[in-house]
Design a protein around this ligand. Structure first.
Ligand SMILES: [Zn+2]
Length: 340
């Protein structure tokens, strides 16, 4: 009897050892899988090539291709609301993608949303309310525009020639990193004066306006979420300061658009930029979810206030790279190397 039992136990152990990896692989293949993707600005391939800060822009011809690719391969492109709902349901074989545009510039209205509309697919906009309110200086956009459209620009310590795309790109990175920080707005204002730039006109050349947002609000394919008032790094603020950024942007969207945003995205969004305290603040502010930019996939039972999101930018121009996001490989690689 004893011998029989142990042989049964041995057989069971053997079959379990065989089956376990198979079940694990099947779970990976069959379980519900969601990929949240975010980017900032968009430009056509032709315009993209010449942009001094082109990594900040997604090539819209590539996005066009990628949207067709997803639809052909059975991925559903959904709103954040629907993504959350599906992550709770955890239906086998469910495959969904959400696209969100952070900050919101004029090209969100003029180019990005129209592209989603042509595909009849939804898109989420995480609005930084200081942009349409004209309280957040878009200094990087203004610097980039000036370099793009002039062969020579004047800096505080003299003029520089920027005749080629390469020279414009190098100048953008050099100047923007020297301005970055609390002095950026003042440095940019001085630069505008030296170069005869109408700072107000330059703002509206790149910003989204409340009129544009009103039109987008009425589009059934557009979901509006919040992305703070001043694009602050939330983890660096006092609890009251953090609440003012989250609650303030939510209140402003209610006031200006009549939209009680249910979803929030943290600026920058890496693990050093937002943490457990901030996830709680998002919940208290009345949001139903908050997204980070930690890479990875949304799976069944995902915690809603620290959603992983994959940033795609100018360097993302191949479907193969996108497949790495869709299968969760980039998320796993980031966790292994500690780049969260
Ligand atoms: Zn942002």
């Amino acid at each position: 009897m004893k011998h029989l039992l142990s042989s049964v136990a041995r057989r069971m152990a053997t079959s379990e050892a065989l089956i376990r990896p198979i079940t694990m692989a099947a779970n990976l293949l069959m379980s519900s899988r969601g990929c949240l993707v975010t980017f900032h600005r968009g430009a056509s391939s032709q315009a993209w090539e010449k942009l001094p800060n082109r990594d900040f822009y997604l090539d819209l011809d590539f996005l066009d291709q990628f949207l067709s690719y997803l639809t052909e391969r059975g991925w559903d492109v959904v709103t954040m609301e629907e993504a959350l709902h599906r992550s709770k349901l955890g239906k086998a074989n469910d495959r969904f993608v959400n696209f969100s545009v952070d900050d919101c510039y004029r090209d969100t209205f003029e180019e990005v949303v129209p592209l989603f509309r042509r595909h009849n697919l939804p898109v989420t906009l995480f609005v930084t309310t200081g942009i349409p309110d004209r309280t957040l200086p878009l200094w990087a956009a203004g610097l980039e525009d000036t370099l793009l459209n002039n062969g020579r620009v004047i800096l505080e310590d003299g003029a520089i020639d920027v005749p080629t795309t390469e020279a414009k790109q190098a100048a953008f990175h050099r100047i923007s990193s020297s301005w970055d920080g609390p002095e950026a707005a003042a440095r940019y204002a001085a630069f505008c004066k030296l170069n005869g730039i109408d700072i107000d006109a330059m703002h509206w050349k790149h910003a989204i306006s409340w009129d544009m947002l009103e039109a987008l609000r009425d589009d059934p394919l557009v979901e509006i979420g919040a992305h703070t008032v001043t694009h602050a790094r939330i983890s660096s603020l006092s609890p009251a300061g953090a609440r003012a950024e989250l609650q303030g942007s939510r209140d402003r969207l209610i006031e200006r658009l009549g939209v009680a945003a249910r979803h929030f995205a943290f600026p920058y969004g890496r693990s050093g930029d937002c943490g457990p305290r901030d996830f709680e603040i998002a919940r208290d502010a009345g949001f139903a979810s908050a997204a980070t930019t930690r890479k990875g996939l949304v799976r069944n039972g995902q915690e809603a206030f620290s959603l992983p999101r994959n940033t795609i930018n100018g360097a993302h121009r191949s479907l193969a790279t996108m497949e790495l996001h869709l299968t969760g490989v980039t998320g796993a690689a980031a966790r292994m190397s500690g780049r969260v």
